[in-house]
Every structure is written in C-alpha cells, then in structure tokens.
Ligand binder design. Structure first.
Ligand SMILES: [Zn+2]
Length: 555
C-alpha cells in the first residue's frame, strides 16, 4: 500500500457512494482517494509523513460541484457595491453615495444585486441623477440581465441617444428621444461596462470571443489576480469543481497561467459562449478549446447559449401570454430552425450544449432542437443541459428524461426560498402556473439528472445556503411540495454535477481511485437545522489532495 499523504479520522463521511454510503475515515495519496473505512483500518495507512486530521465528528463530503457560475464576472464584482436587500430610494441613495465617497477614483460607480422594484418601479436615469449627477453610475439587477445607468454614464458610453443592437438587446428609449436609463441584456450594458474597464471580464458573456483589443501583458496579469481572488472565494466555500457558464479562449488562458503558477485551486470547465451574432463557423473555436483543454483540472468541450431572458423583465419566453401583458410571450433569441441547426452542428462536433431557458416556451424550443440533433446525428451520450427551467409545461418533463437532458437548477433562485422575493416574479408567472414553476422533486422523480448551482454572481455562491434554500423553499399555493431530502440535495451538488460533466467515474463520490476532492464542514450536516446549514462554515477544502482552504485553527 502506498503511503498516505493525508488521513482524516473521526469523521462523519457521507461518501455519496451507493455501495458504501458512510464511513468514519478516509485516506488520500497522490491526489486520489486511496481508502475509505473505519478509523483503525485507515490509521494503519498513516506513517510519520502523513498529515492526520481529526475531524471531531464533523461531516466530510465530496467537494461541492458548482454546476453553473460566472467565475470571472463574479470575481470582478467582489469589490463592487452590493445592493442585494437594499429597498427604497433613500436606502439606494445612501448606499450609492457612501460607496462613491469611499471610491473617489472609480471611472464608473458599479452596483450589483439591485431589485427590479427597488423604488417601487423600474429605475430611470433621472432617479440615479438625483443621487449622483456628477459621477457615472450603473447598477445591475441581481440576474445581470438588466442594468440602469445615469445620464452621465449613458453620455460617456455614447448611448444616451440609443443604438441599434442584436435581437433581445435593448437600450430602452423614452418619449424625449433619449435613453431612459434601462439597459436590457448584455449588448446594451456593454458600452457602460467598457467605460468601467470591465469589458475584458465581460467578453466571455458578451461575445464569447477574446477581448478586443487583446489585453496587454499587464492587463493579463491584472486579470489573473482577479481570477485568483474568485478562486479563493470558491475554495473558502468548499467548491472543488466549477462549471463556468460564459467563456472564451481568454478565460482558459488565465486559468492555465494560474495552474502553471500552482494557483489553480479548483477544477474549472469553461464553455465557448455562442453569443448573439455568432455563426456556425464559430463552433470551430469551441472545438479548438475542447482539444486544447481536456484534463481533470481545465476542460472545455461545451457550448453555452441563451434562449431567453428572465421572468421579471418579461424576456423569458412563455408558451402562453404573460398574465399582466396580454399578447406578449417574450421573444426567443434563436428561431426554431436556427437553434436546431446550432444544436445539430455542435452535437455533430461531439460538443455538449447548455442553454439558458427560463420560460416554458424556451424550454420547449431547446428540447425541440435537441430532438432534431438526435434525429440527424443519432443518439449518443451527449448529456445536453438546460439551465434554470423556472417554468415548464409538465408534458415536457418526460422529454428531458427521454433525451437524456441534465436539468441545471439554482435552488436559491426560487422566489421566497431565500434572497429573492416572491414578487414580481410569481405574479408575472400567474397563479394558475405555480404548479409548473421551480420544480425540483418532479424532475428528480421523473428520472431527470439534477445539477445544482448558484449562477454566481446572480446569487450567493455559498452551496450551504443553496442547500438551505432547497430544503426551505416555499410550497407555492396550489402547487406540489417540491422540497427534496437532504441526501438528494447533496447529490445534486456532488454526484449530479459529476454526471453533468461526464465525470461520475472520477468525482462526486468518495471512493478508492476517485479524485481527492472533499470538504470538512463545521458541523454534522445531518443533525443541523436548515438555518444551521445555511450559516455553517467549511473548515477545510481539499482539491486533488491539496488543502486549498483551511479555516484558521480549525484542526
Ligand atoms: Zn448564468
């Protein structure tokens, strides 16, 4: 038997392995799990060079797999003004003014997590002018689909008089012929974000191509530091695998540099973002990314698209009219034939596809495209994904299962589960459809693989808060109880994430031969209440056998 680098004893190991669900000890060597069992047998594998960790009865789990996040964007926003929970004009004004005073040199005051109804209605540039007339200001909705800018920001970005943009993107114009301040979707926000110097970070979301102009060496080095900050944030939260949901070759180059410098603390999968304006020829970039990055630390091999927007702004695509907007069902970002052609070609190239689809109409269109791809290319183990699925026609659930589609769900997004209020979302869905909204259990019971995630920085990245949200989500009036058991929720953060990335034979469970990716929590998760889980800390994160986060004096 090889010498163990690390053994953990006196633990409550939840191995997520159906053959051996529980143990009290685990041994690691050369980046892999070598043995799992009881304290005495595992201690026998330690020698003088082995680090022995006494977990003192705390839970040990496979490292959390975050199945949908925007790592670079979130990292870049760690220092922005955080507006989640700020309600009313006075509170918004106070927050923006304080932040502006303490950041006198920023080219743009950027706020995150602004509520759509923060002042009881959508913000205007005049509202923001009244707060800060002489500094450019832009605040983003938590979902990142909408932003609101003041007059100075619009003027400096050159969009005060509007600009024509790709489908689904809009600089909302007022009766006075000038922009109202509301900027819908990425191309509309891009000019203001560029003003803030955030265009390099946003390129993977805005275009899927490398930043243009290509960053200088100093800019690249600065971006590496931003990414490292994001990775440190992930390590603290026990995340050992990250499935990024925006991307370009540049993102992988940064991560690759950090890897070569020994600073890559989680495994990251980065897609090619097939943004609006892309053509089938651009899939060549995705194939190159897939070829270049294909190991357990850095990989690509998938294409991300948006089919629709979000419910709150009425840009999610619905099968029926929005109850408050007769005649309006949202506008899909790709026609049925366009998406079928993209899906078929990406599938033919052996790429996985992940599509943001929030409304039931968008979900259906994505399924139609996956079906055409299968008809043309024949069945394969593609595990194409649908991101979010906030509303679904119940008849389509069986289609997910039949097509082998993974449901990527963000439990913290369910209105009323934690940070996101019930309104305006639930009214926009309409009470007659609450039974089809934010399904977890119905999907799981239909045999659809679930991969849980946060969509950070749209929502809190902390998986323990995600677990709390999944446990405590409301039962909407007239709807079935969609709460899953703790075990099933943990599975969606571990084994489910592994299935979603075709890596279930290497991670998501703690068993011999699997990657040594694991966390030690600050307590016994099975004995804790949902509230206690939400505030529980991660004491130690181990990725590839290396300790990448250790709470001070935890052991
Ligand atoms: Zn996302």
């Amino acid at each position: 038997m090889t010498r163990s680098d690390t053994v953990i004893v006196n633990a409550r190991v939840l191995a997520m392995d159906p053959d051996r669900t529980r143990a009290s000890a685990i041994a690691l060597a050369a980046g892999k799990v070598t043995a799992i069992g009881e304290d005495a047998e595992i201690m026998a594998l330690a020698d003088t060079g082995t680090r022995v960790i006494n977990a003192q009865g705390r839970t040990v789990l496979p490292g959390f797999i975050e199945s949908h996040l925007h790592l670079f964007v979130g990292a870049g926003e760690l220092d922005h003004l955080q507006l989640l929970g700020v309600v009313g004009f006075d509170a918004l004004s106070q927050a923006l003014r304080d932040y502006a005073t303490s950041h006198p040199d920023l080219p743009v005051i950027l706020g995150q997590g602004c509520d759509y109804d923060v002042v009881g209605r959508s913000l205007t540039r005049q509202d923001l002018d009244a707060i800060l007339p002489d500094r450019p200001v832009c605040v983003l909705a938590a979902d990142h689909h909408t932003a609101w800018a003041n007059t100075l920001a619009l003027e400096r970005a050159g969009i005060l008089e509007g600009r024509s943009l790709g489908r689904g993107n809009e600089i909302v114009m007022g009766n006075d012929g000038l922009a109202t301040g509301e900027l819908r979707e990425f191309q509309a926000k891009a000019p203001v974000l560029a003003l803030a110097g955030a265009h390099r970070i946003m390129a993977g979301l805005a275009t899927g191509k490398d930043p243009d102009p290509y960053p200088s060496d100093e800019e690249f080095a600065a971006d590496c530091e931003i990414m490292a900050k994001g990775l440190a944030h992930c390590a603290r939260l026990g995340l050992t695998s990250l499935i990024n949901m925006d991307g370009n070759p540049y993102t992988l180059r940064i991560l690759d540099r950090l890897r070569r410098d020994g600073r890559l603390t989680a495994r990251v999968k980065v897609p090619f973002h097939y943004a609006s304006g892309s053509t089938l020829a651009d899939l060549e970039i995705a194939s190159e990314m897939a070829q270049q990055y294909n190991d357990d630390w850095l990989s690509s091999g998938f294409v991300k698209l948006f089919m629709d927007g979000v419910i709150d702004s009425g840009t999610a695509v619905m099968i029926n009219d929005y109850p408050d907007q007769p005649g309006w069902r949202g506008e899909p970002l790709w026609s049925k034939s366009e998406f079928a052609a993209i899906a078929t070609e990406a599938d033919r190239c052996g790429l996985q596809i992940a599509v943001h689809a929030i409304g039931d109409g968008a979900v259906r269109r994505v399924l139609d495209g996956y079906e055409s791809a299968r008809q043309v290319n024949g069945p394969r183990d593609s595990r194409h994904r649908i991101e979010h699925i906030e509303l679904i026609d119940q008849g389509d659930i069986a289609r997910l299962k039949d097509l082998g589609v993974v449901a990527s769900i963000q439990p913290i997004h369910a209105p009323g589960a934690s940070d996101f209020p019930l309104q305006p979302t639930m009214n926009k869905i309409g009470q007659h459809r609450w039974g089809d909204a934010y399904l977890h259990k119905s999907l799981a019971e239909a045999g659809v693989p679930l991969a849980f995630a946060s969509d950070w920085p749209v929502a809190d990245l902390n998986p323990l808060r995600g677990i709390q949200s999944a446990l405590q989500r409301p039962v909407y009036e007239g709807a079935s109880d969609e709460r899953l058991s703790l075990h099933d929720i943990l599975a969606a953060y571990t084994t489910g994430g592994a299935i979603a990335t075709h890596s279930e034979t290497r991670k998501g469970q703690l068993r011999p031969g699997y990657l040594a990716d694991l966390v030690i929590l600050g307590g016994d998760i099975e004995a804790a209440t949902p509230e206690e889980i939400g505030t529980m800390q991660v004491e130690m994160t181990i990725c590839g056998g290396q300790i990448v986060w250790e709470k001070e004096s935890a052991f």
